[in-house]
Structure formats: structure tokens, C-alpha cells
Design a protein around this ligand. Structure first.
Ligand SMILES: [Zn+2]
Length: 279
């Protein structure tokens, strides 16, 4: 009788042991799956009128512009992993409020590894704020120009294709046409991120003989009629066009550009209509 009881206890513990092994194995394989699913993604964030593009793979982030206010902080809170308070790189295409304003908030609230911008002469208050934070928080600065590459792992590879030269300290009446332009690969797709350039710079890019062919085009200057020329669309030949826009008094995006994109069979995706766009 006692022997039978001892045998039953042994069987009970053996089954319990197998159960524990099974659960541990499940836990490990689940975690592995979780790690593997950390694919590179690109988000066109809805920050109202302005641009904000986040590229993320796991706990690595590159943010290109930040809109003009605090909206960017809510967007990052939503998209970034819990507890991650660090952005590896931020890129400011140019110093207009609807691009730089939110990046100031980001620099105040997150650790930032490096800031990429053109460094053109700027005596606006927003530029002074930027420079003070860069100094106070000891943020590394890279002056953007053609040929630079920002690469993380296999899935994120961004190339600066404009400005052609180092513009640091140079004076310009209008910063739009000094915007940092990036052709990037994120995961399986290619992207052209154009800041607020006009057709003048689009033409420079075409004649510069650069590889402009992409899957997705971030339409320049929120759909202004002075950008996104037919020749540029032919060179980029995107399947999709992203328009980063919110309520504004400039009439962005213009009918002319919306019609041009539709006529060329390019799918239009707008942050004001679809909120955050995720690829
Ligand atoms: Zn803008």
C-alpha cells in the first residue's frame, strides 16, 4: 500500500517536472519569436501641420523632423518601446517651426545621441534654443551633405543626397531649399524624404544624376504647388506618395499636386486623413 502511494507521488512529481520543462521551453521560444519580430518600421507621424518621420527597429530610433509643438511627444510615447528614452539620431531638414519646433521638445525630454542638420546661419529664436540645448546636453552634431550614410543593421540605410555641399554658416533668404534630402532603405522598401524643397532643388537632384527611384515619396513642402514637378515624379516613380499635413492657411496640399499624383496613378496617403501612417 505504502509502496503504491510512493510510486504515485513519484509519477506526480515526474509529470510536474515535465510540465515545468514544457513551460520554460514555451517561454524561451516565445521570447525568440518576439525578438525576431522586431522589424524595421517607418512611421509618418500625425503632428498636425509639419513633418515628423520616425524610423525604428527594436530600441533604435531615427527621427526626421518633429512638427512644431508637443504632439511629437505623444506620438513617440505611443510608438517607442516602454522605457526607451533614447533616440540614436535626430535629423532636422531645415529650421522652420513646423520641422524644428517639435525636435526641441524631443531634445528636452529624451536622450539624443546625434543631431544631423545643415547648420546654415540662423538668428531666429528657435535656432538659438536648439543651439543652447545641443550645448547643455552635449549632443553630437553632424553637418549634413551629399554622400553621408546613416546605417543601423541590415534594415536601415539612409543616404543624404542634398545639400550637395557643406552649408554650415552660410546665409540663405529661404531655408526650404536648403532642406536635407534623404534616400533611404527601410526593410524592403525605398523612400525619398524631401523636407520642404521646391522644384528648383528637385531639378538639381535630377541633373545631379542621383538614384531617385523609390517605392514611397514623402511629398515636399506639404503638397505646395511649387514642389513635386512632373519630371521629379517621373524620376522618383513612386507607388505611394505621403503628404504630411494638418490644418493650415497656406492651402496645402494644393489641388494641382493632388491631381498630378492621381493622374500619374500614385496612391496618395495623408497624415491629416489617416493619422499615423506605418510601414
Ligand atoms: Zn514645412
Amino acid at each position: 500500500m505504502l509502496e503504491k502511494f510512493q510510486k504515485q507521488i513519484k509519477i506526480f512529481f515526474f509529470v510536474l517536472f515535465l510540465g515545468v520543462i514544457f513551460l520554460v521551453a514555451l517561454e524561451i521560444s516565445g521570447k525568440e519569436k518576439f525578438l525576431q519580430s522586431q522589424k524595421a518600421e517607418i512611421f509618418f507621424l500625425d503632428v498636425g501641420q509639419g513633418d515628423a518621420i520616425l524610423i525604428q527597429e527594436g530600441r533604435t530610433q531615427i527621427l526626421i523632423d518633429g512638427g512644431d509643438g508637443e504632439d511629437i511627444l505623444d506620438c513617440l510615447g505611443e510608438v517607442m518601446p516602454f522605457g526607451d528614452r533614447n533616440l540614436e539620431v535626430i535629423i532636422n531638414t531645415h529650421s522652420d517651426d513646423d520641422h524644428l519646433g517639435g525636435l526641441i521638445k524631443v531634445m528636452e525630454n529624451y536622450e539624443v545621441g546625434e543631431m544631423v542638420h545643415t547648420g546654415i546661419s540662423c538668428d531666429k529664436e528657435i535656432c538659438k534654443m536648439r543651439d543652447r540645448i545641443i550645448e547643455r546636453r552635449d549632443i553630437k552634431v553632424l553637418i549634413a551633405r551629399l554622400g553621408q550614410e546613416i546605417k543601423f543593421g541590415e534594415d536601415i540605410d539612409l543616404k543624404v543626397i542634398y545639400p550637395f555641399m557643406d552649408l554650415e554658416g552660410k546665409e540663405f533668404k529661404d531655408a526650404n531649399d536648403t532642406s536635407v534630402v534623404i534616400r533611404g532603405i527601410v526593410g524592403d522598401s525605398s523612400y525619398l524624404l524631401t523636407g520642404d524643397i521646391s522644384s528648383d532643388v528637385e531639378n538639381e537632384l535630377i541633373f545631379g544624376n542621383l538614384d531617385l527611384d523609390v517605392d514611397v515619396l514623402k511629398v515636399a513642402h506639404h503638397g505646395s504647388k511649387n514642389s513635386t514637378a512632373i519630371a521629379f515624379l517621373q524620376a522618383a516613380s513612386p507607388e505611394k506618395a505621403i503628404i504630411s499635413v494638418g490644418e493650415n492657411s497656406y492651402g496645402h496640399p494644393t489641388e494641382e499636386i493632388l491631381n498630378r499624383l492621381s493622374n500619374m496613378n500614385i496612391e496618395i496617403l495623408r497624415t491629416d486623413e489617416m493619422s499615423m501612417l506605418e510601414f
